[in-house]
Design a protein around this ligand. Sequence first.
Ligand code: NAP
Length: 285
Amino acid sequence: MNRILLAGATGYLGRYIAKELLKRSYPLRVLARNPEKLKQNNIKITEIFQAEINQPDAIKGCCKDIDVVISTIGITRQKDGLTYMDVDYQANMNLLQEAKQNGVKKFIFISVLNGDNLRNLKICDAKELFVEHLIESELAYCIIRPNGFFSDMTEFYTMAKKGRIYLFGDGELRTNPIHGEDLAIVCVDAIDKPDKEIKVGGPETKTHNEIAAIAFEALGTKPKITHIPNWVRLAILKMVRLFSGSKVYGPIEFFMTVMAMDMVAPEYGRRTLKNYFTNLNHQNA
Ligand SMILES: NC(=O)c1ccc[n+]([C@@H]2O[C@H](COP(=O)([O-])OP(=O)(O)OC[C@H]3O[C@@H](n4cnc5c(N)ncnc54)[C@H](OP(=O)(O)O)[C@@H]3O)[C@@H](O)[C@H]2O)c1
């Protein structure tokens, strides 16, 4: 059975991938800088390689006797003073270098849906630069391009809980976000599949208005939605770019861009937003 190194197991998607790998009895090593987070998420891993992935010397040996590397490493919400180029690109490059030196057979990398068409965004540019190097490497590879995660859809629920959801444009753009547990199955299946690229989203494609309605329905409150004109979105983007550094601007730029376009990928999985929001409601009750 292939021996797996998972980098990113302390994150939202990574923790589901770790659980899926353990469920299928894969021999698993996890690369993590903060193993305490694994315990907090009830991930019972016996082999942990504790190191900072952005320090090449520190991760030397992490790929020894490994067949397949899976990396979900990237900046989402954490604020540790690093840029997308430092993490999404360079940290993954450090890992790729280790993988090549240790005869790893395959590298599975989590990018983002439409990342290759959105190179004007800092996050996508960093990820896709890594993708270019991965393709050029001698290793077999698979690039997973998922749609937005349910974890990010929590924002709809949070706004609904405060009484009003704000949407850009008329709210009729469509998307099919995916739950981490469904996506983890796709990532683990990729170990044995020949696909070099997999685009994937959740099982239901909805408009932003529909997603907002589901959030209010889960709360049992009357929908109140405000539609923000596109020119306001563009003005905010300009202001943030002028008055903040790239570390603040990057995530806002990404969020505001994907909220202003259809983001639809092939549908997969069975977990619904209705259940996700309802569970959030029970947890917060
Ligand atoms: N969220 C979405 O909607 C979405 C959609 C499509 C694609 N993606 C991509 O999918 C990937 C996983 O997303 P996620 O939501 O699971 O992210 P997440 O919860 O923030 O997890 C990111 C992982 O990367 C690690 N990491 C980040 N910066 C690091 C650094 N400087 N040094 C070492 N480790 C570092 C984190 O480790 P620590 O726990 O130690 O911080 C964590 O394990 C990301 O690349 C993201 O861009 C996300």
